[in-house]
Design a protein around this ligand. Structure first.
Ligand SMILES: *Cc1c(COP(=O)(O)O)cnc(C)c1O
Length: 366
């Protein structure tokens, strides 16, 4: 009854995509079919998505790939009425030699388990999650951009799909994984983020769900994001809700400051989402000889920082060109020599297989 079913497709599971868009047999894509130069970060209807279900107290069934399409939900589905849902985000990379790899999918699986516990949801096992991510990447292989053009963004979604009227965990859960090709977020070394420090809206509170990738963390900050964008900023930098003076993170990325050989980032203690990119950058910074401090950072410390940058799966390591706090704009130098660019080059090199992956972060899809 509350099960999501594909409603807009006459195709049975795993039937081939329409003849006009069948991938070539060498696993590539037909040239000229997809405009790889104008990908951006938007929804594209790809070929397949993965779906698996579970009861509240059970284990997730094995699941399967089905054609990408709409799902059917009860009007009283837990996710629609009470926001019982979690997202994840991962990327698949196509190498020059055709190999396909995903970055740290196990970390996303574990983060989803922690989030599921917080939101009273059953969760797929780590292996099941990783396998679903791989299957989704492989089934949509023709949508993975060439190495220099972008990546396949993979979005796992866990939701209370069963019907419930009073506030309570839903009786049924759906784990869904879909994927879309996306472009490189910032092009060139001169592009940078401009952040607006928000003093009225808080992203997360102590005891809330800011530390997990709950879907409930995003709609409440859209107004602050819209206001910042209208003023010409790219994103919002949130402050802690208790003192309104310690920096936390941006809407969907973590923040770092650089002072000499020290790299600073706010310590995650339940109100900051612990990013996989953040963890990776901390390890890479150590490799490059930096000292990394995770601690409370007062907004005033932005004035004495030499560099500021944000990290996340969607944007990678992105330099911040300015931060505006109380009508004061602090500017940072942007060039190909800055530390964030070095960190980015290293991270991208590992993700793309041109730099040794000594920590087993990358997982081959096939
Ligand atoms: C997803 C997300 C991040 C970045 O996490 P990654 O694992 O690096 O992609 C940071 N902050 C918020 C609020 C997020 O939702």
């Amino acid at each position: 009854m509350a099960s999501p079913n594909i409603v807009s497709s006459s195709q049975s599971s795993l039937s081939p995509p329409p003849a006009t868009s069948i991938a070539s047999t060498n696993g590539g894509y037909e040239s000229g079919e997809i405009d790889w130069d104008n990908l951006g970060f938007k929804v594209t209807k790809t070929d397949y998505m993965f779906i698996a279900k579970s009861s509240l107290d059970g284990d997730f069934e094995q699941g399967q790939l089905i054609p990408f399409g709409n799902i059917e939900l009860s009007p009283s589905a837990g996710i629609l009425n009470y926001g019982q849902g979690l997202i994840e985000g991962s990327k698949a990379y196509r190498r020059e030699d055709g190999g396909i790899f995903v970055f740290r999918p196990q970390d996303g699986a574990i983060r989803m388990q922690i989030g599921a516990e917080r939101m009273c949801m059953p969760c797929p096992a780590v292996d099941q999650f990783v396998d679903a991510v791989k299957q989704t990447a492989l089934a949509n292989k023709r949508w993975i951009p060439p190495a220099d053009k972008g990546t396949l963004y993979i979005r796992p979604l866990l939701m209370g799909s069963g019907a419930v009227l009073g506030v309570a965990p839903a009786p049924e859960y759906t784990f869904l994984v879909y994927a879309c090709p996306v472009g490189n977020y910032l092009k060139g070394a001169t592009e940078a983020l401009s952040l607006y420090v928000e003093e009225e809206v808080h992203r997360a509170v102590c005891g809330g769900a800011g530390g997990v990738k709950s879907i409930t963390n995003y709609a409440p900050v859209m107004k602050a994001m819209r206001n910042a964008k209208r003023k010409g900023f790219t994103d919002v930098l949130y402050l802690d809700s208790v003192n309104n003076k310690y920096i936390e993170e941006a809407s969907s990325s973590n923040i770092f400051l650089i002072k000499g050989k020290v790299i600073l980032t706010p310590k995650a203690s339940g109100t900051i989402l612990e990013g996989i990119t953040k963890k990776s950058v901390i390890d890479i910074a150590h490799d490059l000889g930096y000292q990394v401090e995770e601690r409370s950072i007062e907004v005033e410390e932005l004035i004495t920082a030499e560099e500021v940058f944000c990290t996340g799966t969607a944007l990678g390591v992105a330099p911040v060109g300015s931060v505006t706090y109380k009508d004061k704009r602090i500017e940072y130098k942007i060039s190909s020599e800055i530390v964030s660019q070095q960190l980015n080059t290293r991270l991208v090199g590992i993700q793309r297989g041109t730099i040794e992956d000594k920590r087993n972060w990358i997982v081959e899809v096939k």
